[in-house]
Design a protein around this ligand. Structure first.
Ligand SMILES: Nc1ncnc2c1ncn2[C@@H]1O[C@H](COP(=O)(O)OP(=O)(O)OP(=O)(O)O)[C@@H](O)[C@H]1O
Ligand SMILES: [Mg+2]
Length: 437
């Protein structure tokens, strides 16, 4: 009986030749390709097969590792341990699985150890995990692209509708505004005339009363006075000023909405691209918005050098203004004594210009976040917001400049809007030409 696949000491060899059953057991185990060994409670090797010695002789660390694991098992009173171990063989990573089992043999504690190389399975598993990760990323990207396309389609549809509505409202609005202005002027003239007539009448009546008045003239005066009294003219004169003012504000608001709709739907799309520096744009916009901001928030500027790009300066500035005004509104929502903060940051790399506007205002509820760029979505009170600001910003950045606009927000803590604009070094005249580049 050959026991050649085992590594024996002389004593062990002798014992085995004496005990044939044990010897035949070891002979069967020796055929296994799996590395197999029995270790003492100190982690010293008692017996092991050839496969085992082939593995552990490759690397000096094996014996120390087994000793350490056995020590741990004993101190934690663990009967079985399954350990993964990685080594390098000729610069190739190898992965092993070690199974250690405590075995009581009379008064001795022995440890049975089995080592199996699982490099292939391990590599397959990590390959599958990697592919799975990539697949999940791709699915995410596809989903995001789908949402983007859907949003764009919706925006295009709404844009066409908006263009129609804006056009239909714009024409009558023009003559309503100019007629209203004339009416206001006429009414002021008539009012002046009325006041003058009233005062002339009072003087005339007074003069006549001092002389002797005929009964018919007296009746005439009375009739006129009754007529004046019944006309409620005092109330009308007091009230009309407010009515005209409110109507004028209302008309301005309608005009603002129409102009917003026109911008949103790109009715006036002959806008030219010129050299644009976003830092300058931000400075100009902050100056314009200063009156809105200064009582409610401190502005921190963290602007680094950014290269010039070709952009529609007025439009980008409008985006910045819309974002800044929204930030102030969100800060105001936190109450009078709240210390508001707006931080503007600009950065760039060789392809893009990045701008971030952060505020510590009220933030946006998770349930509202999907709708921020939709036209007419507003959480502001009636009359305070048209809900067009961010949809216009989306159109300007993505459709007109081929950039991206996004935000992160936590309700109660604040919001950061992020804009990314590609650096264009070409001069183009219109948006359509730009989009064809
Ligand atoms: N920085 C911000 N913090 C909190 N909420 C914001 C912020 N920016 C935008 N929002 C939310 O997005 C909504 C839509 O903004 P958008 O600018 O489009 O419209 P609006 O500000 O309501 O009206 P307007 O058309 O007059 O700008 C706002 O009503 C508000 O709820
Ligand atoms: Mg707004």
């Amino acid at each position: 009986m050959s026991l050649s696949n085992w590594i024996w000491t002389d004593d062990q060899q002798h014992f085995l030749t004496e005990n044939s059953i044990v010897a035949s057991f070891f002979e069967s185990c020796a055929q296994l390709k799996i590395a197999f060994a029995i270790l003492t409670s100190n982690g010293d090797l008692l017996v092991h097969n050839k496969a085992f010695s082939e593995i552990i002789n490759r690397d000096l660390g094996w014996k120390a590792l087994l000793k350490k694991e056995i020590f741990l098992m004993r101190s934690m009173k663990k009967e079985v341990a399954l350990i993964e171990h990685q080594t390098k063989n000729d610069e190739k990573e190898q992965q092993f699985e070690i199974l250690l089992k405590m075995q009581l043999a009379e008064e001795h504690t022995l440890f049975i150890c089995q080592i199996e190389e699982i490099t292939e399975a391990y590599n397959c598993e990590s390959l599958i995990l990697d592919m799975n990760y990539q697949l999940t990323q791709k699915i995410k990207e596809i989903n995001q692209a789908q949402v983007k396309i859907l949003n764009q389609e919706k925006l295009v549809g709404i844009g066409q509708l908006a263009a129609g509505v804006a056009h239909e409202i714009n024409n009558p609005l023009g003559f309503v505004k100019s007629n209203f202005k004339m009416l206001d002027d006429y009414f002021r003239e008539i009012t002046k005339l009325l006041i003058r007539l009233k005062s002339e009448f009072s003087d005339f009546k007074k003069n006549c009363e001092e002389d002797d008045v005929t009964p018919s003239a007296k009746l005439f005066f009375e009739e006129i006075e009754n007529y004046i009294e019944a006309s409620d003219y005092k109330y009308i004169l007091e009230d009309y000023e407010g009515l005209f003012q409110d109507t004028s504000v209302g008309l301005e608001r309608v005009e603002k909405i129409v102009s917003g709709l026109r911008k949103f739907s790109r009715v006036d799309h002959m806008m030219s691209f010129t050299e644009f520096n976003i830092n300058e744009g931000l400075e100009e916009t902050l100056m314009i918005a200063n009156n809105e901001i200064k009582y409610d928030a401190e502005v921190i500027k963290d602007m680094q050098y950014v290269p010039l790009t070709y952009a529609i300066a007025g439009e980008i500035n409008q985006v910045l203004l819309n974002i800044l005004i929204n930030a102030v509104h969100a800060i105001k929502e936190k109450g009078k004594n709240f210390k508001g903060l707006i931080k503007v940051t600009t950065r760039s790399d060789e392809k893009y210009i990045y701008c971030e506007i952060m505020d510590n205002g009220m933030g946006i509820k998770t349930s509202d976040q999907e709708q921020i760029f939709m036209p007419f979505f507003t959480t502001k009170e009636v009359g305070l917001g048209t809900g067009l600001g961010m949809s216009i910003a989306y159109d300007i950045i993505t459709n007109k400049h081929g950039g991206e606009i996004s935000f992160i927000s936590e309700y109660g803590l604040g919001t950061t809007f992020k804009i990314k604009i590609p650096i264009r070094k070409v001069d183009v005249d219109t948006v359509d030409e730009f989009m064809n580049i």
